[in-house]
Design a protein around this ligand. Structure first.
Ligand code: HEC
Length: 150
């Protein structure tokens, strides 16, 4: 159990990006669909949290917590689906993901970490803290897309 946790920790800290194959997926197209689905679910979380923070919809601490927990889980999910051979097909992933893989993995890991911090901040119910953590996490989208997404 301890070894398993250790391995899980190492995998997460290097962001579980398998460079070769990933037997969880049958076809590269399945992996592409999977990561796109994860991003589309992430979008729903960020949209609702952003609307609450901007006052477009009433701030609901419980709902925000739920969104932030979803975001924390989802922010760890797309990365394993970026293995070699998933660069072609119905995807807007740029080749730089594989040619500059270290930078991509670093951004993905920071993004996942910032989502964990957001989930922790959401527990406090303190809007100033939450806003700051949200900003740090949300910055990661554009920061990655401009370099790695078409
Ligand atoms: C570390 C890099 C990275 C981060 C961080 C990241 N994305 Fe992306 N995103 C990508 C890549 C690469 C794709 C293209 C995936 C594909 O088409 O295979 C993508 C695709 C998407 C898509 C299109 C999904 C589809 O159905 O085609 C949406 C929407 C999206 N991202 C939203 C977000 C949002 C919102 C955030 C931040 C909360 C975010 N992403 C953070 C790299 C990232």
């Amino acid at each position: 159990m301890k070894i398993k946790q250790l391995i899980t920790g190492i995998l997460l800290s290097t962001c579980a990006l398998s460079v070769s194959a990933n037997t969880a997926f049958k076809e590269p197209s399945d992996a592409i669909k999977y990561r796109q689905a994860a991003f589309s679910m992430i979008s729903v979380q960020i949209g609702d949290m952003g609307a609450m923070l901007k006052g477009k919809v009433p701030f609901d601490a419980e709902q925000f917590k739920m969104r932030a927990n979803n975001a924390a889980a989802l922010s760890k999910m797309p990365w394993e689906a970026f293995y070699a051979g998933t660069d072609k097909g119905d995807t807007s992933a740029l080749a730089a993901i594989w040619s500059e893989n270290e930078a991509f993995v670093k951004k993905a890991a920071a993004f996942a970490e910032n989502a964990d911090k957001l989930a922790l901040a959401a527990q406090t119910g303190e809007k100033a803290k939450i806003g700051k953590a949200f900003g740090a996490w949300a910055k990661g989208c554009k920061d990655c897309h401009k370099q790695f997404k078409d």
